[in-house]
Design a protein around this ligand. Structure first.
Ligand code: NAD
Ligand code: TYD
Length: 355
């Protein structure tokens, strides 16, 4: 079985993973349909991330600036563009912001997902794929992995709102027979990643000789996956997975935060001129007050996806990570654009409170 679609609506397509997904999908020879990028452009959404795609694909790419909580706009868009598949990325996605101000997370991640599901059901959209996170499973100790059967135990307002949205997707399949699939993925890295998240923040701070703020003792572990491999997993699931099923996606690539930051320092030392002081960039590492409720370890068992659907990642950490650092070095214009006044204000709020 391999499903085909003529019009795929990608919510949150101007964000980090959504923009990579649109580029990936339109670049696939087996996809000849159109893509409707439905995004309200919050601070995290950036049309510049897809400026080349808009030029290259002409009528096959449409941008609609609208809110997923706006049911009328969602319905109009589905009707106007004959949408037969929704791949739902749009969300508030940053854990630290969810701790400071949870409201928008509840609205967008829960009410927004509900609004989309309801419209998909009413208008008979053939497929709804929900993109979610491994953070819904909570925190692991030093051993073990998250499987699709791991009970949900979210610890932050972000992960709780994503958990709620996963449950709604499940309920719409079980109750109304909506043809859904959903995926829970580990931390992504790669181009177009907004620099409030660990990897791009550290790359840019290291380049500019600014402090590298590591939360707590730096020994929290994340399982890093190159963003394009997440995109290929999603498309594999959308095309082939049974309705109502969920799949975990991960990189089998567990690293402590301090290992990631140290690696960034080494790469930047190698690629650009030394700091004025002559000290290595690792001297910029600064341990700061920990994140409240900071999950210790995430690690994904993705064997169901490998076994059932034959997915495997195409990038390894060494090359994918260096390519990512090179991308930030080569794209100062993108970086400048996303670092708006609002972004600066966030940095002040978040890091001032960490001492
Ligand atoms: P992001 O913050 O970079 O992008 C989110 C996008 O959604 C932005 O373009 C924003 O403008 C848009 N958006 C936000 N609220 C909206 C609304 N109300 N209506 C329409 N558009 C809205 O996020 P990301 O890192 O690309 O994550 C995308 C999805 O993947 C999220 O659902 C997230 O939970 C999930 N996810 C992310 C990761 C990760 O490592 N980043 C890992 C697993 C799952
Ligand atoms: P982040 O990129 O925010 O992703 P998530 O919280 O969704 O996993 O953070 C990744 C890890 O890096 C997490 O353990 C928190 C840590 N971190 C820091 O140590 N310093 C920082 O400035 C940031 C933003 C994150």
């Amino acid at each position: 079985m391999s499903r085909t679609f003529s019009s795929v609506m990608v919510t949150g397509g101007a964000g980090f993973i959504g923009s990579n997904f649109i580029r990936y999908l339109l670049g696939r020879p087996d996809f000849q349909g159109m893509v409707v990028n439905y995004d309200v452009l919050t601070y995290a959404g950036n049309p510049l991330s897809l400026a080349d795609v808009a030029q290259q694909y002409g009528d096959r790419y449409v941008f609609v600036k609208a809110d997923i909580c706006d049911g009328a706009a969602v319905r109009d868009t589905i009707r106007a563009h004959g949408v037969d598949c929704i791949v739902h990325f749009a969300a508030e996605s940053h854990v630290d912001r969810s701790i400071v101000a949870p409201d928008e997370f509840i609205r967008t991640n829960i009410m927004g997902t509900y609004t989309l599901l309801q419209a998909a059901r009413e208008l008979g959209v053939a497929h709804f794929h929900h993109v979610s996170t491994d953070e819904v499973f909570g925190s692991l100790g030093p051993t073990g992995f998250f499987t699709e059967e791991t009970p949900y135990a979210p610890n932050s307002p972000y992960s709780a709102s994503k958990a709620a949205s996963d449950h709604l997707v499940r309920a719409y399949h079980q109750t109304y027979g909506l043809p859904t699939t959903h995926s829970n993925c580990s931390n992504n890295y790669g181009p177009y990643h907004f620099p409030e998240k660990l990897i791009p923040l550290m790359i840019l701070n290291a380049l500019e000789g600014k402090p590298l703020p590591v939360y707590g003792n730096g020994l929290n572990i994340r399982d890093w996956l190159y963003v394009e491999d997440h995109c290929s997993a999603i498309w594999t699931i959308v095309q082939n997975a049974a309705y109502g099923s969920s799949y975990n996606v991960g990189g089998r690539n567990e690293l402590t935060n301090i290992a990631v930051v140290t690696k960034i320092c080494e790469l930047i030392d190698r690629k650009v001129e030394p700091l004025a002081s002559g000290a290595p960039r690792s001297s910029l590492i600064t341990y700061v007050k920990d994140r409240p409720g900071h999950d210790l370890r995430y690690a994904i068992d993705c064997s169901k996806l490998e076994r059932d659907l034959g997915w495997k990642p195409a990038h390894d950490w060494e090359s994918g990570f260096e390519e990512t650092v090179d991308w930030y070095l080569a794209n100062p214009q993108w970086v400048e654009q996303v670092r708006s006044g609002a972004y600066k204000q966030w940095l002040e709020t978040n890091y001032a409170s960490r001492g």
